[in-house]
Design a protein around this ligand. Structure first.
Ligand code: ADP
Length: 275
């Protein structure tokens, strides 16, 4: 599903003294099958933008199309059900959204809600829990008895179990230690590579992740697009990025050039930035 934002504008609390324009005439195309990272200083509008992609927010004006769906101010809630089967969203600290009695029930909630029988939903959930590194003996435990890292993996398994085509990740590794961070990103990248038409949009402050995994990078500033290109193109514009308070480590520049030269991504399991 290609994504196209057309003069997309979003204002929080429009018409009140507190109104805040978060997106301003934003135009952008994001291609199916690409891993796209969204960079930008805090408050530049990244989260507001991605929340339009499954209709959590609706434009104040303009529109955004996701495959065959177009979301605009008057889009009815009913039309969004099918879209939400295709677009999985992992927010910051997704473990805060766990609420079922057992791990398996929690991960099965999404697929069951989207039409699978109880038994099929549990089977799907079990598959994705294992893929996320949750052992079978934890399936009947309360998610709240698990460690923070395990809880996050349960929440992510629940999103993957819907089998979306587009996965939106808003700072998914926030608060994890470096090893858990790398494992989490590797998991998403393996999911992405497993089928050709899958897409990821990653909102991140983490330049290394953007350089390691992305086909495209979009830089936002003050509610619109400031730059778009490959990691090598974007990370070579050091001065422009620094003007947006985005400091680019040398390692990130080198890695982007290396990936561009190889024509494919460096095997991140064999190579880390500390090597
Ligand atoms: P980012 O994800 O890049 O940090 P956001 O999309 O969260 O940016 O925020 C864009 C702008 O909208 C910021 O000025 C922020 O303060 C404002 N904003 C975000 N969420 C709300 C909200 N719920 N109510 C009012 N203003 C908000």
């Amino acid at each position: 599903m290609d994504i196209q934002a057309n003069t997309l504008t979003y204002t929080y609390m429009a018409g009140t003294p507190f109104e805040k324009k978060a997106l301003h005439d934003m135009n952008v195309t994001i291609l199916e099958g690409h891993f796209t990272s969204l960079l930008g200083h805090t408050g530049s509008g990244k989260s507001t933008f991605v929340q339009h992609l499954n209709g959590l927010l609706k434009p104040t004006s303009g529109n955004v199309s996701i495959g065959d769906w177009t979301i605009q101010a008057h889009t009815k809630q009913k039309g969004l059900f099918d879209l939400r089967k295709q677009v999985g969203m992992v927010f910051q600290f997704p473990e805060h959204q766990l609420f079922h009695e057992t791990v398996l029930q929690d991960a099965a909630y999404g697929p069951e809600n989207y039409g699978l029988s109880k038994a099929d939903a549990k089977e799907k959930a079990a598959h994705y829990l294992r893929m996320c590194g949750i052992r079978d003996d934890l399936f009947d435990r309360s998610p709240f008895d698990l460690s923070g890292g395990q809880m996050r993996r349960v929440a992510i398994a629940g999103v993957l179990a819907i089998e979306p085509k587009l996965l939106i990740l808003d700072e998914p590794a926030a608060g994890l230690d470096p090893e858990a961070h790398q494992m989490m990103m590797q998991l998403f990248y393996e999911w992405f590579k497993a089928e050709e038409k899958r897409s990821i949009i990653l909102v991140t402050h983490h330049m290394e992740d953007a350089a390691l995994y992305s086909d495209d990078i979009i830089v936002m500033d003050k509610g619109s697009i400031n730059m778009k290109g490959t990691p090598a193109e974007v990370f070579s514009k050091t001065d422009e990025l620094e003007a947006l308070k985005l400091a680019v480590p040398e390692s990130v520049k080198l890695l982007s050039l290396l990936n561009a030269k190889c024509g494919e991504k460096v095997d991140t399991q064999a190579f880390t930035l500390d090597d």
